[in-house]
Design a protein around this ligand. Structure first.
Ligand SMILES: NC(=O)c1ccc[n+]([C@@H]2O[C@H](COP(=O)([O-])OP(=O)(O)OC[C@H]3O[C@@H](n4cnc5c(N)ncnc54)[C@H](OP(=O)(O)O)[C@@H]3O)[C@@H](O)[C@H]2O)c1
Length: 317
């Protein structure tokens, strides 16, 4: 097997131009790890935040370069490290690798702790499978784990057309909740097709004037959206956020709960998500596919903040 591979690396933090497609050493799997031939790598906002020195950059050593960003992969097991059970060479797998440490997914090969991957949903190709892990785990850990969303509850999902939002909408519908989704006018058809019961166009309508007695608010936006969200909750309701700076004092003043979720790798949840996909209950939607070498283009598009579903880098094929 070749000792080098193509990867998109950065040698300093900065604008999308710092992403360089070049040769890099192929990693070797350690005990408990798999070597995965990456077929597709999902793109998430934390990728461009980290590229610019934010995101999880503060968790990395002071001068970590060169580094490879990206956490979501779908691919095929190429080699199995010592003490790994349950996987063999040739298995199709998907996962969110090592988050919030470096995952190094923008590459032809990646090593992954076996506990961070699961069998790829069999009804999806690698491009669609790579769109799932980080966003789907975030939606799962927010709505199922943190909030335990129940049938008949009313949930307001902000940025419902985004990478996390479009999966949160589907998980909420699967749970039997009544779903209110916010988005711009360009997201309306997309969100109605996903099954939202009520659509609010944030460009023309203040959501806090029409949403009432909500059991759960899912907040991937923070800022003014969060400030206006407290008032739409029922007493005892929950605001679950995936961005920081949740105020316990504000929550208490409104008589509601505030929960913050920071996504964790979780193979068992990935397996449940794959089963849901294969049962036809959940489908990742791809906004755009870019070849690996055009990762910078994907970042430019994503940073505009108006993608519908997910962007994916194609590594094989
Ligand atoms: N804590 C964690 O573990 C965790 C995990 C995943 C993500 N995150 C964070 O969560 C955020 C969302 O992630 P993502 O992957 O879903 O992002 P994304 O895919 O880039 O979100 C884009 C979507 O946001 C919508 N949007 C933008 N402004 C809006 C507004 N004012 N009201 C309603 N919708 C609006 C856009 O809809 P329109 O085109 O219709 O405007 C677009 O569909 C990011 O900041 C990410 O870093 C945190």
């Amino acid at each position: 097997m070749t000792q080098t591979m193509k990867a998109v690396r950065l040698h300093r933090y900065g604008e999308p131009e710092v992403l360089v497609y070049e040769d890099a050493p192929r990693p070797d799997p350690q005990a408990g790890e798999l070597l995965i031939r990456v077929h597709a790598a999902g793109v998430n906002p934390v990728d461009w935040k980290t590229r610019s020195g934010r995101g999880v950059a503060s968790r990395l050593p002071e001068n970590p370069f060169p580094i490879i960003v990206g956490w979501d992969v779908s691919g095929v097991v190429e080699a199995v490290g010592e003490a790994v059970t349950g996987f063999k060479v040739g298995d199709a797998v998907y996962g969110m690798v090592r988050f919030p440490h470096l995952g190094s997914a923008y590459a032809e090969y990646v090593t992954a702790p076996a506990a961070h991957v699961a069998a790829k949903p069999r009804t999806l190709d690698h491009l669609h499978a790579a769109a799932l892990p980080l966003a789907a785990l975030t939606a799962w850990q927010s709505l199922i784990e943190a909030v335990n969303l129940a049938a008949g509850q009313r949930i307001l999902i902000h940025a419902a057309a985004g990478g996390v939002g479009h999966l949160a909408v589907q998980l909420a519908k699967w749970k039997g909740a009544e779903v209110i989704g916010t988005g711009s006018g360009s997201s309306e058809t997309f969100l109605r097709d996903l099954g939202v019961d009520h659509f609010i166009n944030y460009q023309t309508t203040r959501f806090e004037e029409v949403a009432r007695e909500v059991d759960v608010v899912f907040d991937p936006l923070a800022g003014e959206t969060r400030e206006c969200s407290w008032q739409v909750l029922k007493k005892g309701g929950v605001l679950v956020s995936i961005l920081r700076d949740l105020s316990a004092e504000t929550a208490a003043a409104y008589g509601v709960q505030a929960k913050y979720v920071f996504v964790d790798p979780h193979a068992a949840q990935l397996a449940e998500i794959a089963a849901l996909v294969d049962a036809g209950q959940l489908r990742p939607v791809i906004d755009a596919v870019f070849p690996l070498q055009d990762a910078a283009e994907a970042h430019r598009r994503g940073q505009q903040g108006h993608t519908h579903g997910k962007m994916v880098l194609q590594v094989v094929g």
